[in-house]
Design a protein around this ligand. Structure first.
Ligand SMILES: *[C@@H]1O[C@H](CO)[C@@H](O)[C@H](O)[C@H]1NC(C)=O
Ligand SMILES: *[C@@H]1O[C@H](CO)[C@@H](O)[C@H](O)[C@H]1NC(C)=O
Ligand SMILES: *[C@@H]1O[C@H](CO)[C@@H](O)[C@H](O)[C@H]1NC(C)=O
Ligand SMILES: *[C@@H]1O[C@H](CO)[C@@H](O)[C@H](O)[C@H]1NC(C)=O
Length: 269
């Protein structure tokens, strides 16, 4: 009996245990499937959302990248065009500068040729219309000279020179000195400043050095001494004395047309 009881008592806990285990098992397999399905769905949805987000980000990123690349490309192209334009403009500027310099050089050459030709024409035919000096004036280098054989006081000579837009001859440049010496002038008033005291005569060559003397205020010209040229000397005498006078003025540039248009200039040379 006791054995039976023991068995029974022994069996009981075992069966209970297995029952318990069975219950546990049942509750485990029964509770787990319900929550895990939700979890799984949630996870799936979240993962999908994440994936979608990632894809969206990727698309956005690639779009941005493409846009950036295109814009950078455009910018680079613009930069290149700008640099090319700058290069082209500077080349154009240099070319234009060369062109205008060429034109300037050509016109200088043309002017020099016309001047040479005009001198030749005047040698052949004194007073040719190409001459850049008024009628009756002598053309020497870049100046025009007029030797007036009218006896006049110094003041009168000065006035008659300025009436012709000229001044009494001043020996300020070597070309004027050359002209004076070549003409062997005697008794022609010069455009030297009148002096209070009679100056000693001096060589005309020295005048060019001291030509810095400026015309001072002339108070009483009738009591002063003026210089005139006598061959190679500059001599002083009362300004009221009457001598010839020598006027000078700058020659106008030779009119190219007057040379080119002159009838058959080639034959004349
Ligand atoms: C620059 O000059 C070259 C040739 O002179 C020309 O082919 C090119 O189109 C010019 N570039 C620009 C931007 O004008
Ligand atoms: C301009 O002239 C200089 C020399 O006078 C020459 O070296 C240069 O190549 C010229 N430039 C152009 C663009 O013609
Ligand atoms: C113009 O003339 C000057 C001086 O004679 C010379 O140095 C220069 O090269 C010339 N320019 C051109 C473009 O011929
Ligand atoms: C002097 O110059 C003025 C103006 O420059 C001119 O009107 C006048 O005709 C000139 N006189 C002579 C004699 O050349």
């Amino acid at each position: 009996m006791s054995e039976d009881i023991t068995y029974a008592s022994l069996k009981l806990p075992e069966s209970r245990k297995t029952e318990n285990i069975q219950e546990l098992d049942r509750s485990g397999t029964k509770a787990l499937p319900a929550s895990s399905r939700i979890w799984r769905q949630t996870t799936l949805i979240l993962t999908l959302i994440c994936l979608l987000l990632l894809i969206g980000l990727g698309i956005l990123g690639s779009m941005l990248y493409t846009t950036w690349k295109i814009e950078t490309g455009k910018l680079n192209k613009l930069q290149n065009v700008k640099e090319e334009l700058q290069r082209n403009i500077s080349i154009q500027l240099i070319t234009n500068m060369n062109k205008s310099e060429n034109i300037r050089n050509l016109s200088i050459t043309l002017q020099n040729l016309a001047t040479k030709l005009c001198r030749e024409l005047n040698r052949e035919e004194p007073g040719h219309k190409c001459k850049p000096c008024p009628n009756g004036w002598m053309w020497y280098k870049n100046n025009c000279y007029l030797l007036s054989e009218m006896y006049q006081t110094w003041k009168e000579s000065e006035i008659s020179c300025s009436a012709q837009n000229a001044s009494l001859l001043k020996i300020k440049e070597s070309t004027t000195l050359e002209f004076v010496k070549s003409k062997n002038l005697y008794s022609y008033w010069l455009g030297l400043p009148p002096e209070k005291d009679r100056r000693n005569s001096e060589e005309v060559d020295k005048i060019i050095v001291s030509s810095a003397r400026i015309m001072r205020n002339v108070n009483d010209i009738n009591k002063m001494y003026c210089g005139y040229i006598y061959r190679s000397m500059v001599v002083y005498n009362h300004c009221t004395t009457k001598y010839y006078s020598a006027c000078e003025k700058k020659a106008n540039p030779v009119n190219v047309e007057s040379v080119v248009m002159s009838e058959d200039p080639v034959r004349r040379i």
